[in-house]
Every structure is written in structure tokens, then in C-alpha cells.
Write a protein that binds this ligand. Structure first.
Ligand code: ZN
Length: 92
């Protein structure tokens, strides 16, 4: 697999997620696709019940949009490995 191929999924261990930096909706990240900043959005997971109805789950997905695509950025308040948070400017 070459470096510019997209990875279709990622596996994150609970330990890895535990150590990961905190992230919340409204944070900014540096996009690894276009190098611009994008704002983190969040959605709660949805669970399909036996009768087919969708109900809110308990997992929070953190993601950002780049062009027409969406990218995973974090889970349950933690950033996933490989997501680079934009540094807040200390001085201007
Ligand atoms: Zn981008």
C-alpha cells in the first residue's frame, strides 16, 4: 500500500483512546488532506432496534468535513491517533 492511498478504517484500542488528547465539537484541526483548518462537529451514534426504529446511542462521533467528504476525528471526547489539532495562537 502506498502512502497516498486512503486507509478505509482504523482500529483504536481502549488504551489508545484513554491516552488520546481531549477533543470536542468546535475545536479546530489541521486537515491532512488540504492542510487547511476545519471545525470539529459531533453526532451521537444511532442504534437500530429489532423493530427497525432508530434510537440515539451513547457513543459520540467527532468528525470534520473537507470539501464534500467527512473524516473521523475522534470518539467520546477524545481525538483519534493521526488527528492534528490546530494550535491556538499564544501571541499574535
Ligand atoms: Zn481539508
Amino acid at each position: 500500500m502506498s502512502d497516498d492511498e486512503e486507509i478505509p478504517f482504523a482500529v483504536i484500542s481502549n488504551e489508545e483512546l484513554e491516552r488520546a488528547p481531549r477533543m470536542k465539537a468546535g475545536d479546530e484541526i489541521i486537515c491532512q488532506t488540504c492542510s487547511e483548518k476545519h471545525v470539529i462537529e459531533s453526532r451521537m451514534s444511532q442504534v437500530r432496534k429489532d423493530d427497525g426504529a432508530m434510537v440515539p446511542g451513547t457513543l459520540e462521533f467527532l468528525f470534520y468535513r473537507c470539501g464534500s467528504r467527512m473524516y473521523m476525528a475522534g470518539l467520546d471526547g477524545k481525538s483519534v491517533p493521526g488527528t492534528i489539532r490546530a494550535q491556538r495562537k499564544e501571541k499574535s
